[in-house]
Design a protein around this ligand. Structure first.
Ligand code: ARG
Length: 456
């Protein structure tokens, strides 16, 4: 088919070039936004009498018909027409005749595509926010069920101090809370209307950009036409926020993978969310979690890709910018599907309270509490640390746990230790006494859950 820009060309485009430059295979995804933007644009053109109202009416009708055709799967997209924008415009002209050619008055594909991506991303961010909140809800209700499930907290993946499982789960809630903020903040800068910037310099026609913004529900319009057609920092921001989110999801996945390992046995995954091995009949693998961990990598890759595409670009539009879409689209899909699958999986996970409790029997997880006991009796912390270290050493040599020592054995290390020491070195007292704000004591954790749920 004849190209819309064929006027100044003597030769036809080589097939290899058509294939190389076409973005249709991926930007076809923007069709709904392209039509929505065109509808607002043509309403403005008619209202401002830049084109006759009657022509605007015809174009509007044509665009609506095309929309119905695409929705019904009856529209034929042609790769030779380069991209989604050209396909729709060409179809319009074919449908209503040369008057369809008036749609592109006071517009360029450069501001058109910037608008389409912003419209698209605005919707997608709204979806991501919803999915994030759903996942947070699932985390909180798991936490609520485990406000008295104890487990070892780890540092260096070695048992460190006892914590509540609820506290551990809520740590992820807080990470996601910041992710939410990042996406909301990104949305502010996505939500800016670029149309009317035309190719790069603005337009000679008396466009009403505010009216277009109002029709499309944008709170702001862009201030500089050259910036508006050529920057994609809002795409960078979105992929960056997504990368951070994927770090969090990947860490959680890794954690559950470890808990699921039979050396730990802290959790059992629902059969319906695991897969078997083609050779080893006994296997039940956490593939979903491994894939989330793996998919974090591709999102980080997309961030590097978009940063690299942008970094050397002179103003204003350059075709390099077409490379913004695949990283963006794949990021959107990856983030959404990862959130979805985790949200569905988590309620089916069975935490093994006994295994978690048993894990606290070894490894001296209350040694810090013993040191703090000595501090309460007046010993400087550094000394208490050393004395406790010696007691731990003694326990290791004699194959005993702290609470298996007698008062007399304790007293060999410090006269400050009394019978009451046993009240300080149990898992329960250890956790209960972590009352500092943000700590793992039951009261603090319950208060946090209440605040999350009621705001108070
Ligand atoms: N497919 C193009 C893109 O995604 C649309 C804009 C084309 N503009 C141009 N001047 N060739 O960037």
């Amino acid at each position: 088919m004849e190209k819309l820009w064929s006027g100044r060309f003597k030769e036809k485009t080589e097939k290899v070039v058509e294939n190389f430059t076409s973005s249709l295979s991926f930007d076809v995804r923007l069709w709904k936004y392209d039509i929505e933007g065109s509808i607002a644009h043509v309403k403005m053109l008619g209202r401002q009498k830049i084109i006759p109202q009657k022509d605007a009416g015809l174009i509007l009708q044509g665009l609506n018909e095309i929309k119905t055709e695409i929705q019904g799967g009856k529209f034929r997209f042609l790769d030779s027409l380069e991209d989604v924008h050209m396909n729709i415009e060409q179809a319009l002209i074919k449908k209503i005749g040369p008057v369809g050619g008036k749609l592109h008055t006071a517009r360029s594909r450069n501001d058109q595509v910037a608008l389409d991506i912003r419209l698209f991303l605005r919707d997608e961010i709204a979806d991501v926010l919803k999915l994030l909140k759903n996942f947070q809800r699932v985390l909180v209700s798991a936490a609520e069920k485990h406000v008295d499930t104890v487990m070892p907290g780890f540092t260096h993946l070695q048992k460190a101090q006892p914590v509540l499982l609820a506290h551990h789960l809520l740590a992820y809630f807080e990470m996601l809370e910041r992710d939410l903020e990042r996406f909301k903040d990104c949305l502010k800068r996505v939500n800016v209307m670029p149309l009317g910037s035309a190719a790069l310099a603005g337009t000679t026609f008396p466009v009403d950009r505010k009216y277009v913004a109002q029709l499309l529900k944008f709170p702001r319009i862009s201030e500089n036409s050259m910036d508006a057609v050529s920057d994609r920092d809002f795409v960078i921001e979105f992929i960056s926020a997504s990368s951070t989110l994927m770090v969090h999801l990947s860490r959680l996945s890794e954690e559950i993978i470890i808990w699921n390992n039979d050396q730990f046995g802290f959790v059992e995954l629902p059969d319906s969310f695991t897969t078997g091995s083609s050779i080893m009949p006994q296997k039940k693998n956490p593939d979903v979690l491994e894939l989330i961990r793996g998919k974090a990598g591709r999102v980080f890759g997309h961030l590097v890709a978009i940063l690299t595409v942008m970094k050397g670009l002179p103003l204003a539009y350059n075709r390099d910018l077409q490379e913004d879409k695949e990283p963006l689209f794949d990021t959107v899909d990856t983030v959404k599907s990862s959130l979805q699958v985790l949200t569905e999986m988590l309620p089916g996970m069975r935490f093994n309270k006994e295994a978690m409790e048993q894990a606290l029997e070894k490894g001296f997880p209350t040694a810090t509490d013993l040191a703090e006991y000595l501090v309460r009796k007046g010993m400087p912390f550094r000394e208490a640390h050393r004395v406790t270290g010696e007691i731990v050493r003694y326990c290791i040599d004699n194959k005993k746990a702290l609470n298996e020592l007698s008062t007399r054995e304790f007293q060999q290390f410090s006269r400050l230790i009394g019978k009451d020491v046993f009240d300080y070195i149990t898992v329960k007292t250890s956790i209960d006494s972590k009352k500092s704000f943000g700590g793992t004591s039951g009261r603090r954790v319950l208060a946090r859950i209440r605040k999350i749920k009621t705001g108070k």
